[in-house]
Design a protein around this ligand. Sequence first.
Ligand code: DON
Length: 578
Amino acid sequence: MFRSLFLSCALSLAAISSVSAKDSAGSNALMSYDAIQHPVMAENGMVSAQDRIAAEVGRDILARGGNAIDAAVATGFALAVTHPQAGNLGGGGFMMVHLAETGEVLALDFREMAPDGATRDMYLGSDGEVDNRLAQYSRLSAGVPGTVMGLLEALEKYGTMTRREVMGPSVRLAAKGFPLSYAMAEGLEASREQLSVDESSVDYFLGRKSGERFVQEDLAKTLRRIMKSGAKEFYEGKTAELIVAEMQEGRGVMTLQDLANYKTVTRKAVSGNYKGHTLYAMSPPSSGGVHIVQMLNILSGYNLKGDGHNSAAYLHKLIEVMRRAYADRSKYLGDPDFVDVPVAALTAQSYADTLRESISVTVASKSSEISPGAKLPYESVNTTHYSVIDKMGNAVSVTYTLNFSYGSGYSVDGAGFLLNNEMDDFSAKPGSPNGYGLIGGEANKIEPRKRPLSSMTPVIVKKEGKVVLVTGSPGGSTIITSVLQMVLNVIEWDMNMAEAVNKPRIHHQWLPDIVIAEPGISHDTLRRLEAMGHNLPKDEKGGFAQTVLGRVNSVGQSQGIVVGSADPRGPDSATAGY
Ligand code: DON
């Protein structure tokens, strides 16, 4: 026994010393052994996602010789089956793709578009106020879905496998079922009220027990049709007809023409530099890329290391930077196909330098008018992010969503999937907060064929030509700040991937003027922030209210292997490598 214990110690010591030797070659610490928490490590490729079954579907595609794009498409379709609160056919999102051969990073926009029947005031009631039920929980809250076209276009342009190969696993998961996790069964039950508005949602999703096989026959048929005939089937075939029939059940305005008009757009990634790393992120209609670069530019002028991680001095600077970025978001950001978004100006170092001058390092500034006691709505976990890397160094970062958990609550009868409520990401009325408390104006007003402004921030970070980090997050308005802290944890604080993912985070979004802090940030620190003038909401007992933020499922490369970490904030999250 001593002998085997000795041998296993000797083996791990050997592993440690070989890693340390490579560490000293100057690469990042993403897999450092000198830590309490450790990332998953593998030789060839990896998928990190909010659901284990879907992560393993992607991993198996990699192991069978598929590239990161093949695996990302397979994972995306699998999540539509195994993670219906956010994985979807009826929603939309963004995909960042790093192509190892050319070093290019592409930004694929498959965000939903407003139907032609949409009008600026479509969600206003007779009192002139936003009718939130209509904007968030009705067939009218659905934008034209982009996911199917987005995933299949990525496969066609950058993948190597057939539709059958990448969609086969999701067809089987839907047709044969899979054991329902405790968290998913509970999540469905917790959404009973929202899903009960629609008979087919009740039929498809309610009354499920943890551990039972969850079979989705109609969804399997839809996936099979798409697998056979491609995206055209979804936008012009039987699925399109089922979507329109669902609209006609009440209040929906989406037509066959709207579906046929849907387009994905390949956009120029927003990029920025931070301490020897280049970050590529999603361009508008996401606000994520612009503001993450803007915030890093401001932060680059401070000696953050001198403050200490998650100290009051550090968090104060993050808050002030977030406050300024979200103020700009509310004014300048929208769909670039409709409004001029000043991307270059907002991401210019000189602009960041000016903003930094307006920050006191000891005293909180005030956001303009807020209603006292205003609170961010509870952040239900709904959007989902997954990250993929292959052995060639191709990488894919995908955030996609139905908006809220289970979207609008309405399912397409006969097709087995939920409709998004992404129209609520538009500014339904200037100055009136949306479901995430975000304020918007002209740039994000509703117009036919326009894409609602998003906070989704899939990111790819490279250093010396290599992808070191692929990350992103769900969390509505809190996405950008969660991703910012993940990026800082890796680049500024040299944390390994697991520590970087796990560390507690904070959030501020200009309005309402409150700091949201995760459990794990010490109350001493929060008291210091309060003393600087920051508003921190209290719970019923008078203690600091603390809320969980984001799920940053991440992968990267370090010293010739791949590393990854799924966010422990997601009960079913997993990283699968080979
Ligand atoms: O695009 C957006 O910004 C939102 N629709 C994302 C929603 C979201 O992240 C919800 N997740 N917790």
